[in-house]
Design a protein around this ligand. Sequence first.
Ligand code: PMP
Length: 425
Amino acid sequence: MLSSDQALLERRARLLGPAYRLFYEEPFHPVRGQGVWLYDQAGKPWLDAYNNVVCVGHARPEVVEAIARQGSTLNTHTRYLHEGILDYAERLLTTLPPELGHTTFTCTGSEANDLAMRVARAHTGGTGLIVTHWAYHGVTSAIAEASPSLGQHIVLGANVRTVPAPAAQPGQSAAECGRLFADGVRAAIADLQAHGIRPAALMVDTVFSSDGVFTDPAGFLQEAVEEIHAAGGVFIADEVQPGFGRTGDCFWGFQRHGVVPDMVTMGKPMGNGHPVAGMAVRPEVMAAFGRQSRYFNTFGGNPVSMAAASAVLDVIQGEGLQRNALEVGAYLRAGLASLAEKHSLVGEIRGAGLFVGMELVSSRAERTPATREASLVVNGLRRNGVLLSATGEHAHILKIRPPLVFSRENADFLISRVDEVLGLL
Ligand code: PMP
């Protein structure tokens, strides 16, 4: 490691304290980004196969210019009239089912989920929240208490219940996988009720990214959504990971499953790195919250954020990036799957569009998580010019979610590097 990077490590520890974590055995220090590439001080490029925030590419000129233009004209808040927020809300709503009629803007996905829970509680009169076994939904107190993947020391809220993620067995139908998932939701509802807690919401990341990337068979969410509705609760689709075209076949992850959520939360790619996030909601679900409280978020929905978000939508829609995610994602998954012939560690390749999970197993028959090997691969790739990470409770699933401008050529580069690194184990 460079001595200057060693000095940065020491400054971080001193200034930022013990809660921050870095990726990789050898921490990475990029100084510049462009498109799908990050560059270190020496100008060496790394392929960014991990960053779903910069969906239209690092340092994307259209977004940078929109931020600069609006920032040099006016930046205030949502207590003055401004067209920017309304123009963007209109555009955003056209991407969503017509049942969702209101939007609310925040700065982070965590805030969006936190607000969604407050809205769910006001609407249902309940407090119970059901999430998946290894979910991540954010950092606020209420949401961290519903994010078991934060680690074994996280104490889940007394009103929170977890259910197994819909991890389909090979060949399983959507109905069968959906029934098993709904069985978990039914049990969680019963347990909440047995403790005198009314269910308020089922909240899921619709690609189950922290649980291990579970996308198929499409349709498996339907029964669980019916179940939470029957119990008087609402369904919140956390689209922070899959939203904005990443899954290729649809603009939002929930659409793949043929369900209409009561609330949709979003963030990460929305501003290509500018902190803008939000929530879309059925008006009848928002009504009680609107009567009981006012909503103001100092930075959420400000003119600069809305200009950034609008520029991102321009690029996604103008360049057909959803279609690119579909095509390049399928190509990438096929290429990664072909590595199974050479490398016995390669298990199931899952995903939709440019959200890919590559399971590494020490026994295919037993599906034994190859946790240690996954860490070796992630760190080996980091040394060999590719950035990605691992997910799931056993951290044995390579998580690959590059910017949406990822090309076939980029996919070939990634596949060849994964092949090389697997060959070194
Ligand atoms: N939900 C999901 C599914 C996420 O992955 C994340 C962030 N990793 C969040 C919510 C929280 O978003 P933020 O970090 O913007 O608060």
